[in-house]
Design a protein around this ligand. Structure first.
Ligand SMILES: Cc1ncc(C[n+]2csc(CCOP(=O)(O)OP(=O)(O)O)c2C)c(N)n1
Ligand code: SF4
Ligand SMILES: [Mg+2]
Length: 301
């Protein structure tokens, strides 16, 4: 595992962009572009990432980038990969499709599923800020249970879709779950994906101060708490072999109990007013999932 001080300096995400202060996207994007050493072409649909990218003719990201229609990210990436193959440049650069949770788990899922079934040759990275943030915080299929959005005034009642598991069910060579606030975990997973072929899927939790209602200075602390409480789990599945990574692996190894979810829920305005019943349901969901992950880690599959 790469050590923090060994991470290369980020050269591809330039100072200054139009994202909100404290946005998790920029933190993650630094490691993603560094792991690919800028030798990449991105396909990006409408989302907050396009705001980070900037408006033509200016950009804060120094890599080639194609803005594509909302549902078509994976189809566009498949086309870019085919173009590189046809021109004999597949080994020179990686195609990176990068989209939000709404653009991945809801509106883009059919193109993504098709690309996974064909095992098209690109990395698909979903940054998950857990709602449609760019249009003012509407609920997505990946919004967590209990979260208030502009379309779930009383808190969302359903559990979020488990996108990494959906992608794993396609039998693709690489699936990973990471968090933007763990730079070495992001760097290592993108580096591993870079050296593989076929459809590689990475899911990156990305704290959002504006949509989750917390102070910009708390982005890293809240991202870490999500892992400490088991709401976000760091893991990878390489050709069917499962392992926990980073902080999640340490927690499982020590057999330490996770922090209670109330510690995480209490840090954000979107969970304000949750009743004890809902909190109990969220805790039970986390406990059951965590036990499953620990068992898979022990079994290695
Ligand atoms: C076909 C289509 N429908 C709706 C929109 C409006 N739209 C633009 S960005 C966005 C939200 C995207 O949410 P997500 O994918 O989670 O990314 P985030 O904004 O949260 O980063 C929506 C609904 C659009 N651009 N195109
Ligand atoms: S709304 Fe959230 S994800 Fe979007 S730019 Fe602001 S902090 Fe980042
Ligand atoms: Mg989103």
């Amino acid at each position: 595992m790469t050590k923090l001080l060994d991470l290369p300096e980020s050269r591809f995400v330039l100072p200054g962009n139009r994202a909100c202060a404290g946005c998790g996207i920029g933190i993650g994007l630094r490691q993603i572009t560094a792991a690919l050493d800028g030798r990449m072409v991105m396909a990006v649909p409408a989302c907050c990432l396009t705001v980070v990218g900037g408006m033509y003719p200016t950009s804060s990201v120094a890599v080639p980038w194609v803005n594509v229609a909302f549902p078509s990210t994976a189809a566009a990436a498949a086309g870019l990969a085919a173009g590189l193959r046809a021109t004999g440049r597949s080994e020179e650069m990686t195609v990176l499709a990068m989209a939000g949770d709404g653009g991945t788990g809801d509106i883009g899922i059919q193109a993504l599923s098709g690309a996974a079934e064909r095992n098209d040759d690109f990395i698909y990275l979903c940054y998950d800020n857990e709602a449609y943030m760019n249009t003012g915080t509407q609920r997505s299929g990946l919004t967590p249970h209990g979260a208030r959005t502009t379309t779930t005034w009383a808190g969302k009642r359903e559990n979020p879709k488990d996108m990494p598991r959906i992608m794993e069910a396609h039998g693709i060579p690489y699936v990973a779950s990471t968090s933007a606030v763990y730079p070495t975990d992001v760097f290592d997973k993108v580096s591993r994906a870079r050296d593989m072929r076929g459809l590689r899927y990475i899911h990156m939790n990305t704290p959002c101060p504006s949509g989750w209602s917390f102070e910009p200075r708390d982005t890293v602390r809240i991202g870490e708490l999500a892992v400490e409480c088991g709401l976000v789990v760091l893991y990878e599945v390489v050709e069917g072999a499962f392992r926990l990574t980073g902080r999640s692996a340490t927690l499982a190894k020590g057999g330490r109990p996770l922090k209670p979810v109330t510690e995480y829920l209490g840090t954000q305005g979107r969970f304000r007013g949750l009743d004890g019943g809902a909190v109990g349901e969220i805790q039970a969901w986390v406990d059951q999932r965590w036990a499953g992950f620990v068992a898979r880690h022990a079994a290695g599959r």
